[in-house]
Design a protein around this ligand. Structure first.
Ligand SMILES: *Cc1c(COP(=O)(O)O)cnc(C)c1O
Length: 420
């Protein structure tokens, strides 16, 4: 029985049964983690990474060997010609925006083929009209293709891509929707179709939450650019901030001109001592992602087995680390988040409350007891207080920790007479 925490017999039993259900998935997750760990390790060895790469630079940061080596290692692991990995990408949105502004020019057209992108990208594109300096303000056109029954509409892509489309934009993760995440095989098919209609088209993939979930990454299967946040999967729970772009060499150069300035590009950017953490985070990432995946599978098995709607199901194939749990009413959402928070290593004493959040049209309750603020490779839950009352859960630096958080979440619900 669980030591140190008070857990009811019933929850212990549900947990035991859930673990039993998870076994096969856990083995699969371990196999992928080992493959990716060896891939990462090989790239470190091939590039002779040493302590000297961790030396901080200041000022302009000219000739930072660590920064240059990190880009090379990253490119190799992500199946790309080149990469730009920087602590001063402030978040995933900033990283994606840098890539979009880096390669698109006035008159170009961006076509999202995975329906409307993640919320924070709307202002970048200018979907709702904007004076903020969005892509639209600079004369870049935008269009999107809806999903068909929640899946990619390949025929519509075939019809829409022609010589006027500069970029096909793909979001791998479901984000905070209930659609399934995209497999790398599906991304491969999108690349094939798009390029058969326009060989010059740039396929860009928002890779957030997807890194190291499968053996292959988007650039392995024909994507030209991919980008993500370092306080999600690829930072391994160790990077304190940052982002990366990986892809075709000529495109990465353009992104570097956008990140700093035309002409200077990637030659500047002091790393201030961040290199060690970025290397170490990358080294840990395959393992950390496996822990987050096991946490998601367990949560799914736990709540699914007692009659809650969960997506994905515990035995479904996964392409990102996001798990949603339909908790059916506001009281359960709040109890769930408060329970997770109460077992978190950081800020366990904080009691999450539903609150108005910028960018949301309903109140949101969140649990985030993390070492890095806003990190979502650490166990976190977000729940907008609105129908259908789903909590979105992601992360888990280590499975044992996420497991007790899940049990305490259920315990909070049981204590309040809410658990099914
Ligand atoms: C997290 C995320 C982003 C970027 O979000 P930030 O909060 O700015 O890091 C973009 N797309 C998807 C699918 C994401 O999950």
């Amino acid at each position: 029985m669980t030591p140190f925490f008070e857990i009811s017999q019933r929850i212990e039993k549900i947990s035991q049964d859930a673990l039993e259900l998870c076994r096969e998935q856990f083995e699969k997750i371990d196999r992928i983690a080992e493959y990716n760990q060896l891939k990462v390790q090989k790239a470190f060895i091939k590039n002779s990474i040493s302590e000297s790469h961790f030396t901080p630079t200041t000022g302009y940061g000219y000739g930072d060997r660590g920064r240059e080596a990190l880009d090379r290692v990253w490119a190799e692991i992500f199946g790309a010609e080149d990469a730009l990995v920087r602590h001063n990408f402030t978040c995933g949105t900033h990283t994606l925006a840098t890539a979009l502004f880096g390669v698109l020019r006035p008159g170009d057209k961006m076509l999202s083929v995975t329906s409307t992108p993640y919320d924070t990208i709307h202002n970048v594109i200018g979907i709702k009209g904007s004076q903020m300096g969005s892509l639209q303000d600079f004369g870049i056109l935008y269009d999107e293709i809806d999903l068909k029954d929640g899946r990619i509409d390949y025929d519509a892509i075939k019809n829409a891509v022609d010589s006027t489309v500069t970029m096909v934009y793909v979001q791998r993760s479901r984000g905070y929707t209930l659609r399934p995440s995209l497999s790398v095989s599906e991304i491969e098919k999108i690349c094939e179709i798009a390029k058969s209609k326009n060989p010059a088209v740039i396929v860009m993939v928002d890779n957030c939450y997807g890194e190291f979930v499968e053996k292959r990454e988007p650039c392995d299967v024909g994507a030209d650019l991919t980008a993500g946040s370092l306080i999600k999967n690829a930072g391994g729970g160790i990077a304190q901030t940052g982002g990366y772009i990986a892809g075709r060499k000529d495109l990465i150069e353009k992104c570097a001109y956008r990140l700093t300035t035309p002409g200077l590009g990637r030659e500047v950017g002091a790393t201030l001592g961040h290199n060690r953490e970025l290397f170490m985070g990358l080294f840990y990432a395959p393992h950390t992602v496996s822990q987050a995946l096991k946490s998601a599978v367990y949560i799914s098995a736990f709540f699914g087995s007692i009659g809650y709607k969960v997506t994905p199901e515990y035995n479904e194939e996964r392409h990102d680390i996001v798990q949603s749990v339909g908790l059916e009413n506001p009281e359960s959402l709040v109890a769930f988040c408060q329970g997770i928070q109460s077992a978190s290593p950081i800020d366990s004493f904080v009691l999450p409350q539903p609150w108005d959040m910028p960018g949301y049209d309903s109140k949101v309750v969140m649990a985030a007891g993390a070492f890095t603020m806003g990190s979502s490779i650490e166990l976190s839950a977000d729940a907008p207080i609105r129908e259908p009352y789903y909590a979105w859960v992601q992360g888990g630096l280590n499975f044992h920790s996420a497991k007790i958080c899940t049990m305490l979440a259920a315990q909070q619900m049981e204590n309040r007479g809410l658990l099914k």
